[in-house]
Unconditional design. Structure first.
Lengths: 262, 203
């Protein structure tokens, strides 16, 4: 066996088939030479080795064929990469179902939430409303309150999809240390009061904190759609609104044209 | 007398048979058909929880705390399932309880003064279980650990067949720790999964 390995590494034989004929060989620094005269292997053994070898090749080919069959079956127009069966490596990849669906494209919505999060993180430091908030007593900059506002959905895509994107946007914003230092992210009063009722089992429930309207900013989303034949034009918009003055202090929009692939 | 020619052909025939058997076996194992469901799998939950455990352990919420911090009493809540998947209540509890039980409770108490409390539902069950002693008022819960699962399904229709035969689901799994009183989200992390499947749902 050691001899055969040496043979392969030195490349003295033309093909792997020849390797099986080299049942005995002698090696030196220049390479290996077959020693025909000292052969003790019978013709039957050689045939056996050949059959095993051809069997191994066939097995490999069959394996490749099977793998090919599995992957070609799952292939769509542009096959997204899958890590496990059916699960995509990259959630931003567009699937056949994305392309054929009448709803807003998920990869586009993800891209929109990423873009808005980036823009908001960049613009936040330049917003006068945010940088000029100081506590009168301590002279320390106050953390403002960021609350999730409603979604105005005027598309045929379900509102839950946009709520998902809104949550995702909040999560992206929370990853920014700069934004966390300026804003505290709070749950809605209704939701948290309900939670308080549960954990205190209805007895002696005290109220959750309320904040001054001048410190509250609300993240609202508007989603609209125009349909012409097979083309759908979407307009996605997120805005940050000051609760007291209702002023829009930040606005990010995204246009998406989509044609359903049949 | 041995006939080498016949022996060779038998050997080759055997090798071919062996290969064919291999093809059949591998086809049975891997299967030629694609995945037929976009449901969340147990392995998806395992992966999600692994990430959440790591994230909560290294969170800013814990980093800011010390043994002298005011006590934080945490209680879990079940998953709020807003996906199209059917997740039974037992699983919904399990998917948050596993995160709680993965935390080193003693270290949390000593280093961060974070303590976990049984859920109010379990507290009420103490009486039913035959506990006759006085049930004193437990310390007020300060934080809740919960999760929300959302999904956005998309389906494609085959014009020729007239049936929906492709589907993909984008899942958004969010875990969070919320201050009960201030309503502030103290820690939050997410996990995203996209699944696709081909074929008729009836299959």
């Amino acid at each position: 066996m050691r001899c055969l390995r040496r043979v392969i590494s030195l490349g003295r034989f033309e093909s792997p088939a020849e390797m099986f004929d080299a049942h005995e060989c002698e090696c030196d620094n220049s390479g290996c030479l077959m020693n025909e005269s000292s052969s003790t292997v019978t013709g039957e053994k050689i045939m056996q080795q050949r059959s095993i070898f051809s069997g191994a090749i066939l097995m490999t080919m069959a394996g490749l064929l099977t793998v090919g069959c599995a992957s070609s079956e799952e292939r769509y127009d542009q096959p997204p990469r899958e890590s496990h069966r059916g699960r995509l490596d990259d959630p931003y990849q567009s699937t056949r179902a994305d392309q054929a669906s009448d709803r807003a494209s998920i990869p586009a919505l993800l891209e929109f939430s990423d873009l808005t999060a980036q823009r908001l993180a960049q613009d936040i430091t330049s917003l006068p409303h945010v940088i000029e908030r100081y506590d009168a007593a301590s002279k320390v900059q106050k953390r403002l309150v960021l609350e999730m506002g409603g979604i105005d959905n005027k598309t045929r895509t379900p509102s839950t999809d946009f709520e998902l994107i809104q949550r995702r946007l909040r999560s992206e914003l929370m990853k920014s240390q700069l934004i966390r230092s300026k804003f505290m992210f709070v749950e809605s009063v209704a939701r948290q009061e309900q939670e308080l009722q549960r954990i205190q089992q209805g007895g002696g429930a005290s109220q959750t904190n309320r904040y001054a309207n001048e410190d509250i900013y609300i993240l609202q989303g508007d989603f609209m759609e125009a349909i012409r034949d097979s083309r759908r034009q979407y307009f996605f918009n997120f805005k940050l609104v000051h609760a007291q003055t209702r002023e829009i202090v930040f606005d990010s929009s995204y246009d998406l044209g989509q044609v359903t692939v049949r | 007398m041995k006939m080498p020619g016949i022996g060779l052909s038998w050997m080759r025939c055997g090798a071919i048979m062996l290969s064919l058997a291999g093809v059949v076996a591998m086809s049975a194992v891997t299967g030629c058909a694609g995945p037929e469901s976009t449901r969340l799998r147990a392995s998806d939950f395992d992966e999600t929880l692994g990430k959440m455990i790591q994230s909560l352990s290294s969170s800013e919420f814990l980093a800011e705390r010390s043994p002298d911090s005011p006590p934080a009493w945490v209680v879990i809540d079940k998953v709020e399932n807003l996906t199209n998947d059917v997740i039974p209540p037992a699983e919904q509890w399990m998917l948050v309880a596993r995160l709680q039980s993965a935390m080193p409770l003693q270290r949390f108490r000593e280093q961060y003064r974070v303590m976990f409390q049984i859920t109010p539902e379990r507290h009420a069950l103490l009486r039913q279980a035959g506990f006759t002693g006085e049930l004193s008022t437990p310390p007020a819960i300060t934080h809740t650990l919960s999760a929300v699962f959302m999904s956005a399904p998309r389906a494609g229709r085959d014009i020729k067949a007239g049936m929906v035969n492709t589907r993909s689901d984008y899942y958004y799994l969010e875990y969070r720790l919320v201050d009960v009183k201030t309503r502030e989200t103290k820690w939050l992390d997410t996990f995203e999964i996209k699944q696709q499947a081909k074929g008729l749902a009836i299959d």
